[in-house]
Design a binder for this molecule. Structure first.
Ligand SMILES: CC(C)(COP(=O)(O)OP(=O)(O)OC[C@H]1O[C@@H](n2cnc3c(N)ncnc32)[C@H](O)[C@@H]1OP(=O)(O)O)[C@@H](O)C(=O)NCCC(=O)NCCS
Length: 266
């Protein structure tokens, strides 16, 4: 089929997430791009200042039989027209087509991350329960559910009561406020994989196993609220060996490395 009959059409999802489809003439979709807000509290408390507000996560996918025909570039052009001036983040496997694509389109490499996966069937639930039940004098656990879109940090989320949404947050609080937090994002009920961000522990409260505590609490809570979730993925900056060790302690297994690329749209 000729590329000239492929249309790039806006197809936002039910939550309004910007999305584009590359539609071939019989009505089937050859490629998809979507944009999601980056979780500002991914690694650190307080959020890293380096992360510009309004940074967006770009997901781009072209069906293998339609690749190298310019469809990915056309989808990126549609994204660019929509998100003028915004910064995009993309993650790719090393030595992949996506890496070549990013370099071709002027994305700048800004780091790499370790990609891990935890399956609920591999978790020893009694052990997890024991981790949650450990006393941490002076700290209390709190959970929140809802939609984190547009929030600048976890403390902002917690100002609102829990409501239906894709995010589950577990925090440890002390008198001064949130000192540790971890967040999981779920997708549609057909998606069995959730994505975890963190945990992050505020400087001055580290070394007290609060990260392990909130993470164990999140894993328990997530399964209660979203029983369809079967596995959780997480991505950790290469240099954050303590966080990788925490994930592995909980049973996360390595899936590989991902390279992070960024592009500020003109
Ligand atoms: C990355 C991806 C979206 C590219 O889609 P595409 O429609 O094939 O991309 P285009 O045809 O527009 O390619 C544009 C340029 O990117 C580079 N490129 C794309 N695929 C490449 C490959 N396999 N090897 C080398 N360069 C490649 C080339 O410079 C290409 O230009 P050229 O064909 O004139 O040489 C597609 O390979 C894909 O879906 N990969 C899996 C999903 C993924 O990893 N997404 C990560 C987010 S980017």
């Amino acid at each position: 089929m000729s590329e000239s009959v492929i249309d790039i059409v806006a197809a936002p999802d039910h939550l309004g997430t910007p999305r584009w489809h590359a539609v071939t003439s019989p009505g089937s979709v050859a490629g998809v791009a979507d944009l999601r807000p980056v979780m500002p509290f991914e690694y650190e408390l307080p959020p890293p200042t380096a992360l510009q507000p309004g940074t967006l996560d770009l997901n781009l996918y072209v069906q293998p039989q339609w690749r190298r025909r310019g469809i990915g570039s056309r989808l990126l052009a549609a994204v660019g027209a929509h998100a003028v001036g915004r910064r995009l983040i993309v993650e790719t496997a090393p030595d992949s087509a996506a890496q070549s694509f990013c370099e071709r389109h002027g994305f700048r490499r800004t780091g790499s991350r370790i990609h891990d996966l935890l399956a609920y069937r591999d978790i020893h639930h009694a052990w997890l329960g024991e981790l949650v039940d450990v006393e941490h004098p002076g700290y209390r656990l709190r959970h929140w559910t809802g939609d984190p879109t547009g929030a600048s940090g976890v403390e902002q989320l917690l100002r609102y009561p829990s409501r239906p949404g894709d995010a589950v947050v577990s925090t440890a609080e002390a008198d001064g406020g949130v000192v540790a937090c971890v967040l999981a994002m779920t997708g549609a009920p057909s998606q069995r994989r959730a994505r975890q961000y963190g945990p992050a522990v505020r400087v001055g409260h580290r070394g007290r196993r609060l990260g392990l505590w909130v993470n164990a609490a999140l894993l328990t809570r997530l399964r209660e609220i979203h029983p369809h979730v079967e596995e959780i993925e997480t991505r950790t900056a290469d240099e954050d060996s303590d966080l990788v060790a925490l994930h592995r302690h909980l049973g996360f297994r390595p899936l590989g490395r991902r390279l992070r690329y960024e592009l500020t749209l003109p």
